[in-house]
Ligand binder design. Structure first.
Ligand code: IMP
Length: 190
């Protein structure tokens, strides 16, 4: 069975294919602006755009980002372009450290929302979170984005110092995809 996924990120596609081996995962470019104020809204905008192209199929889109308590939830839906357009990861990470300078509360969490549209056109949204803290300095060379700064609760290493399997087991995206798997199993698709 085909699953159209609104991403061209090869890491995400591989991860989704590994977690949902019963589907043939096909990449699609939603070509829409992510204008919603939250992750669920943006995931739905992308999923609906792809569903309009593939009626009668399963469609999936995700949206994720980092929310920092002491910054009132920033960078949130602006995580990719926190320091401006185009996306600049070193600048985003530097700005985050600057904005947290002198703050003792460094709690943060990643959120990932996944929107699914089923072959009947019904919409489903699931969410996964990973809680942790923002380190004083970057460490590790793995992962992407804010990974070198994010230390998940219960660990003394950043996301960038974990293996891909270790990160997937506890990450916001891994948890949201586990929910997707449960949802599909409940729909007797798996
Ligand atoms: P996307 O919606 O998954 O493309 O994520 C948007 C932005 O959130 C990314 O460009 C990163 O800045 C940040 N982000 C999302 N997930 C992660 C993660 O697992 N590690 C580090 N940064 C992430």
């Amino acid at each position: 069975m085909k699953l159209f996924v609104a991403t061209h990120n090869p890491h995400k596609l591989r991860e989704i294919g590994e977690i949902l081996p019963d589907f043939t995962v096909c990449a699609e470019d939603p070509d829409v602006e992510e204008t919603a104020p939250d992750f669920a809204g943006n995931a739905l905008i992308k999923a609906r755009a792809i569903a309009a192209l593939h009626e009668g199929c399963w469609v999936m889109a995700d949206d994720s980002g980092l929310e920092v308590e002491a910054l009132g939830g920033e960078p949130g839906v602006r995580s990719a372009r926190y320091a401006g357009e185009p996306t600049n990861t070193p600048a985003n990470n530097a700005l985050l450290l600057k904005n947290l300078a002198g703050k003792t509360d460094r709690r943060a969490h990643f959120t990932c929302c996944v929107a699914l549209v089923d072959p009947q056109g019904r919409e489903h949204v699931v969410e996964g979170r990973c809680y942790g803290t923002i380190a004083q300095a970057a460490s590790g060379a793995g992962g992407f984005g804010y990974d070198p700064l994010f230390v998940p609760d219960g660990y003394d290493k950043s996301f960038a110092e974990l293996t891909a399997d270790e990160k997937n087991a506890i990450s916001h995206r891994g948890r949201a995809l586990a929910e997707v798997k449960r949802l599909l199993a409940g729909a007797s698709v798996l």
